[in-house]
Structures are given as structure tokens and as C-alpha cells.
Design a binder for this molecule. Structure first.
Ligand code: NDP
Length: 330
């Protein structure tokens, strides 16, 4: 079977592609430039002809995926803007929403063999502020607050809110599309809602999180016990996308993909327990963390897929090993 992965050069998508290839799927990735496509071809060289790419420019252009979806059996749509410095919220919202709708419209028109589309949403699409401590979130929640907030504040809304609104509106648009087109489509959708994803093997923003701690940086010690938020291993995110594709009953479902909550102190404690030790990691106050105000409950995915999330200990150890192998750190 062949799976189309949109935004294949993205951090999460690369892991989705790798997971698919490891499980024997053929993958067609969409990228914005041939240089990114060639980079991926080299990266997945060992899988031979099983990985191919097509160039799809801006996903917000109507019909963007018309050619790309032809002949594939399923689609994983990850492409969405993540850069946090848009002035006009529409710079994020339009590509997020229209990109998602264009993927679904192209499948409807030209993807006759597609049975499922898995869409990368985010926990920010459901983390609406609540008057509870801790606020616990499940798949029944929607972040309606942030949509109104960004509508009211426009360009003055903060960057995080603009991104959160783009993810909420994009996921909602997908579910509305399916509801409005039940008669005319032969596929269903599932959405994956990852929490924050630190990376085990690339020195991007997310790995910087561990990297800073290894350099003795990070938060001031006095604040190290403060809650940082939910996190999940990128390999779990990729695995869940593929499971949502292959398990029949996942159609029509949303899945929170979150390994748990952490504070910087947890990161310090974890890094301080690896062998051989990393010299500069702050000690903080070992074991001392404050209660988390917000928790994303991933029990549905645990039950549904029998899913086990990777621990912070394993993530940190693997990140460190990867950085050491490439001599980024000692
Ligand atoms: P990346 O920036 O690495 O990946 C984003 C991908 O989307 C890139 O391939 C990018 O292409 C593509 N893209 C963005 N805007 C457009 C556009 N207008 N037209 C075409 N392609 C576009 O980020 P992530 O891997 O982190 O994000 C992937 C998905 O996961 C996103 O939907 C994001 O919202 C979601 N997510 C991420 C989390 C995280 O912590 N990282 C947490 C929860 C959800 P190009 O490479 O050419 O820029």
C-alpha cells in the first residue's frame, strides 16, 4: 500500500515516513522544493524505490494535492505552519485550515482509492482554559476560547494564541468537511493530537530543550520545579499516526498523544541519572516539582491501541546518545 505524507520534510513527518517505511509501506512525500525532496531521498536511500517525493507548493492553493493523491491508499496530513511570529493571524490560520481542506477536497475528487486520512492536530486544539486545578483534558474538549480570543485581538493576539487558533480551526474544518460530505466520500478521518515533542535525534528547537539543560542552562534554579507542560516522544507520535491509519476502528476518532507532564527539574533529574554523567547539568532540587495546572489525558489511546508511551528517562538517554554519537556534546 502507498501512503501520501504531506509536509514530509517536517520534523514529525520525517519520523512518520520512517515508521511507515519500516512497516513495509510505500511512501510518497510532498515537499515544497526539490532540495528538500532530494535530502529525503538520500535519508531514506536504504529503502530504495519505496520512498518517492512530489513537489506541492503552498498547501493553501486550491487543488494543491490534486495530482499527489492519485493512486495512493491513505493520506497522513502533517503540513501546517508552526513558525510563531505571524503578524496577521491569517498567515497561520489560512494555510492550516485551507491546507487541511485542500487535502480532503483533493482526496474526494482524485483519491478514489483512499480509505483513510490521518491529520496531525495538536493538544492546543483542545486545551481551553478551565476553572479547575488541575485542568484535565480529554478528546471531548475543544479550544473555543482561543478562536474568540484571536478573533477579538487580531494582530495583537500573542503568537502562541495565533498558532493555537490555527490548529483548532484546522481540525474543526476537517471534521466539518466529513460531516458535510458523508454522501460524497469513500474515506474517513482520524486526528492525532500530540503534546510538545522534544526530539531524540535532531538539533532543532525541541532538542534544544535537553541541550540547554546539558549546557547548564535552562531555567533559573528557583523556577526549575515549575511545571513545563505535557510532552511526548516523536517516535510515539509517528507510531500513533500509523496505528490510526491501519486500525479500522480508529476512523472518526481523535486521539491525544501525550506521554505525561514534566518540569525542568524532571529533565535535570533524568539527565543527572544517565551514565556516563553529563558534567554541567544543574542539580536544582532533585525530586521536587510543583503540581501541574493542566494535564492531557491520553488514556483513550492507551486503551484503544494498547499504546505505551516512551518515558522521559528513555527519551533523555536516547537524545544524549544521539548527540554524543555526533559529538555535539561530550
Ligand atoms: P515542522 O516545521 O518541522 O514541519 C512543518 C511542515 O509543514 C514542514 O514540512 C513545512 O514545509 C510544512 N508547511 C508549513 N507551512 C506550509 C505551507 N504553507 N505549504 C506547504 N507546506 C507547509 O514542524 P513539526 O514537524 O513540529 O509539525 C508538524 C505538524 O505537527 C504540524 O501540523 C504541527 O502543528 C503539529 N504539531 C507539532 C508539535 C511539536 O511539538 N512539534 C506538537 C503538536 C502538533 P517546509 O519544510 O517547506 O517549511
Amino acid at each position: 500500500a502507498t501512503v501520501l505524507v504531506t509536509g514530509a520534510s517536517g520534523f514529525i513527518a520525517v519520523w512518520v515516513v520512517k515508521t511507515l517505511l519500516d512497516k513495509g509501506f510505500n511512501v510518497r512525500g510532498t515537499v515544497r522544493s526539490s532540495s528538500k525532496g532530494d535530502y529525503l531521498t538520500k535519508l531514506f536511500d536504504s529503502y530504495g524505490e519505496k520512498f518517492t517525493y512530489v513537489i506541492v507548493g503552498d498547501v493553501s492553493h486550491e487543488g494543491a494535492f490534486d495530482e499527489a493523491v492519485k493512486g495512493v491508499d491513505a493520506v497522513i496530513h502533517t503540513a501546517s505552519p508552526v513558525s510563531g511570529n505571524a503578524h496577521d493571524p491569517d498567515e497561520l490560520i489560512r494555510p492550516a485550515v485551507d491546507g487541511t481542506l485542500n487535502a480532503l477536497k483533493s482526496v474526494k475528487k482524485h483519491g478514489g482509492s483512499v480509505r483513510r486520512v490521518v491529520i496531525t492536530s495538536s493538544v492546543v486544539a483542545l486545551m481551553e482554559p478551565k476553572n479547575q486545578f488541575p485542568a484535565v483534558y480529554t478528546e471531548t474538549d475543544w479550544n473555543n476560547f482561543v478562536i474568540e480570543d484571536v478573533k477579538t485581538k487580531g494582530a495583537t493576539a500573542d503568537d502562541k494564541s495565533k498558532y493555537c487558533a490555527s490548529k483548532t480551526l484546522a481540525e474543526r474544518a476537517a471534521w466539518d468537511f466529513v460531516k458535510d460530505n458523508t454522501a460524497g466520500i469513500n474515506f474517513d478521518i482520524a486526528t492525532i493530537l500530540p503534546s510538545y515533542v522534544p526530539a531524540p535525534a535532531q538539533l532543532n528547537y525541541s532538542t534544544k530543550f535537553f541541550f540547554d539543560a546539558m549546557q547548564g542552562e535552562g531555567l533559573p534554579q528557583s523556577k526549575a520545579s515549575a511545571p513545563f507542560g505535557d510532552y511526548v516522544d516523536v517516535r510515539d507520535v509517528a507510531e500513533m499516526h500509523v496505528r490510526a491509519l491501519t486500525e479500522e476502528a480508529a476512523g472518526g476518532e481523535r486521539f491525544i498523544c501525550s506521554g505525561g507532564v514534566l518540569s525542568w527539574q524532571d529533565v535535570y533529574d533524568t539527565l543527572n541519572s544517565v551514565e556516563p554523567p553529563v558534567p554541567n547539568v544543574p542539580r536544582g532540587h532533585p525530586g521536587r516539582t510543583q503540581p501541574h495546572p493542566a494535564i492531557c489525558n491520553a488514556d483513550k489511546a492507551r486503551r484503544f491501541f494498547g499504546f505505551e508511551f516512551t518515558s522521559l528517562q528513555k527519551m533523555a538517554a536516547d537524545t544524549l546518545r544521539s548527540l554524543r554519537e555526533r559529538e555535539v556534546v561530550w
